[in-house]
Ligand binder design. Structure first.
Ligand code: P6P
Length: 335
């Protein structure tokens, strides 16, 4: 009979997390349970994002959906789903969400040792255009003597236990990395309802002539920022200038940069001196993923992004994120 090569050794995220746990003999299993709640929230958000266009969520709510703006109610649904998943896990002591002005403390979770930061639906302004959006997350462990305070989350990215994102594109792609670990990509298989390991040990190419920045801000850029991007537009040793690729959804721009190489940037400028992107749930989690994949991430002062300490839970930073050699090139323009 014709042998059909069936992969019977399917690594689901559930199995991956269980195997990860066995690497830590002191593990209680709490982190694993927290990650199961995380993966549930990604599946639920993915489901609602796909349905939003079909059932016109706001329409069914009896509200006239005159403009795409109503579509952004998915921000609220995504946020509610995430909070609910963290609450029901019982393992999250506190949660910072892009959608919540204040920290959410789960007081009933006595014994919970984790602090989570997330942007439930990053890039939501693109939702009605059908552009890929995503959920970005970072997980910190509480200080040993703490029962969960703001100080537990206002930590540098070097202390993150895990970080990653899920991009809701043609399929839901989860990229996750643990402290000191590799970067692994999972694809949601809707027939199983499981995230399947499709991109083990992701490594970003050392260099690639692709740059990703909103040129619409260039009149606000500092001189060294202008010089750097202008240099990319000149023919390189290859004889060709860099290609420009900008989607305007960080998760989509970051995922392409991770796979193809190149550089993504949202520089601090005269209009936004502290930058636009948020440290806790955009810059730091992405910086951890890119460093663990062999890339780099720095702020507009060329400081290592993971060493930046946020001053407040919604603190912002300029960011350059990408291939190792591409960040070295940025640094050469910021001496
Ligand atoms: P701009 C989306 O609103 C977001 O927070 C990121 O996902 C994205 O990279 C950035 O802002 C886009 O900002 O100013 O280029 O529209």
């Amino acid at each position: 009979s014709e042998s059909t090569s069936v992969n019977t050794d399917i690594v689901t995220l559930t199995r991956f997390l269980t195997e990860e746990q066995t690497k830590h003999k002191e593990a209680t299993g709490d982190f694993t349970l927290l990650c199961h709640a995380l993966q549930f929230s990604f599946k639920a958000i993915s489901y609602y994002i796909r349905r939003a266009t079909l059932v016109n969520l706001t329409g069914l709510a009896g509200q006239s959906n005159a403009t795409g703006d109503d579509q952004k109610k998915l921000d609220v649904i995504g946020n509610d789903l995430f909070i609910s998943a963290m609450r029901s896990s019982g393992k999250c002591a506190l949660l910072v969400s892009e959608e919540e002005e204040e920290i959410i403390f789960f007081k009933s979770h006595t014994g919970a040792r984790y602090a989570v930061a997330c942007d439930p639906i990053d890039g939501s302004s693109n939702l009605d255009a059908g552009v890929s959006v995503g959920t970005i997350f970072g997980i910190h462990k509480l200080a040993d003597d703490s029962s969960g305070t703001k100080e537990d989350i206002l930590r540098p990215g070097t202390e993150l236990l895990a970080a990653g994102f899920t991009m809701y594109g043609a399929s839901a792609q989860l990229v996750i990395t643990m402290k000191g670990g590799t970067v692994n990509g999972f694809t949601l298989d809707n027939s199983f309802g499981e995230f399947i390991l499709t991109h083990p040990d992701m490594r970003i190419p050392k260099q690639r002539a692709i740059y990703s920045v909103n040129e619409g801000n260039s009149s606000y850029w500092e001189d060294n920022t202008i010089s750097y991007f202008n240099s990319l537009k000149q023919p390189q040793e290859s004889g060709k200038p860099y290609s420009a690729r900008y989607i305007g959804s960080m998760v989509a721009d970051a995922y392409r940069t991770l796979l193809y190489g190149g550089i993504f940037a949202y520089p601090a400028d005269k209009k936004s001196p502290k930058g636009k992107l948020r440290i806790l749930y955009e810059c730091a989690p992405m910086a951890m993923v890119f460093e663990n994949a062999g890339g780099q991430a720095v702020n507009s002062r060329m400081e290592r992004m993971l060493e930046v300490v946020p001053e407040s839970i919604h603190d912002r930073s300029g960011i350059y994120l990408g291939s190792y050699d591409e960040i070295e090139k940025v640094k050469s323009f910021h001496k």
